[in-house]
Design a protein around this ligand. Structure first.
Ligand SMILES: [Zn+2]
Length: 251
């Protein structure tokens, strides 16, 4: 099992089974995906069995056309829906997920068992945790960020309280190593700390909301500045703003 770093886009994962290998996420460009396949070919002669998408973000899926035509693409059904809505033309259209699931999906390659688990909306509406119980490893996609603020895609149905709930479910798994999209492999201690940090932020915002503070007042009180806008990319509200909207939105 490997974490594949480098190239463009998020880290990918590689699980070498007995009949073939599973790839987790597909880099951001077909060129990077091809370089990844070339690197994999140096360590296994087995064919690709399937590619698993942890979620629908471009830095995890736009490299799909660099993979063999007709490859089996697997994701949560909400990731499929998000991709189907967002991708209406271009080569990625031929790589939309063809196997989807709602809560849990078990994949096998000989004796190697790979569990896909969905615990509700978090980073997006369709995040998958890829869990290998024998190896005690879980791939978390972008459900966790270390050393920077968690990124929650509200426009894709993501939710910060959902992230806490999911990561607490992940802690119940018998995993000791966690691989994620944008950083080094972490252990249980770092996972617990990330959960505690996010919960602390939620509590800070909730305290101020309960005092009747406005979003601008809360941002000022917590010294939060909006990130500069990037052309061609949807605005990325700060985590504080996301939490504020979650706490104040009318259900
Ligand atoms: Zn992402």
């Amino acid at each position: 099992m490997y974490e594949i770093v480098g190239g463009s886009g998020a880290n990918s994962g590689l699980i070498i089974g007995e009949k073939g290998y599973f790839l987790i996420d597909a880099k951001m460009t077909p060129q990077s995906a091809k370089e990844m396949l070339a690197a994999i070919a140096r360590i296994t002669q087995l064919p690709i069995q399937a590619v698993i998408l942890t979620h629908s973000d471009g830095d995890h899926v736009n490299g799909l056309p660099g993979l063999p035509e007709g490859v089996t693409v697997i994701s949560h059904e909400n990731t499929y829906q998000e991709m189907k809505q967002a991708i209406t033309e271009g080569p990625v259209l031929n790589y939309l997920p063809c196997i989807t699931y709602k809560q849990e999906l078990l994949l096998r390659s000989g004796k190697i068992a790979v569990h896909l688990l969905h615990f509700g909306p978090g980073h997006t509406s369709g995040d998958s945790v890829v869990y290998l119980p024998e190896e005690k490893v879980a791939f978390l996609g972008d459900l966790i960020f270390i050393g920077r603020e968690p990124l929650i895609h509200r426009q894709k149905g993501g939710n910060s309280f959902g992230v806490v709930k999911i990561l607490k479910e992940v802690l119940k798994l018998e995993a000791t190593s966690f691989i994620h999209g944008h950083g080094e492999v972490i252990d249980r201690f770092e996972l617990q700390k990330a959960i505690a940090d996010l919960e602390a932020r939620q509590t800070q915002v909730k305290t101020l909301v309960d005092q009747g503070k406005s979003l601008d007042e809360i941002k000022a009180a917590l010294n939060v500045k909006d990130a500069p806008e990037v052309a061609g990319r949807p605005r990325r509200p700060s985590l504080v703003e996301i939490i504020y909207l979650e706490l104040t939105e009318k259900k």
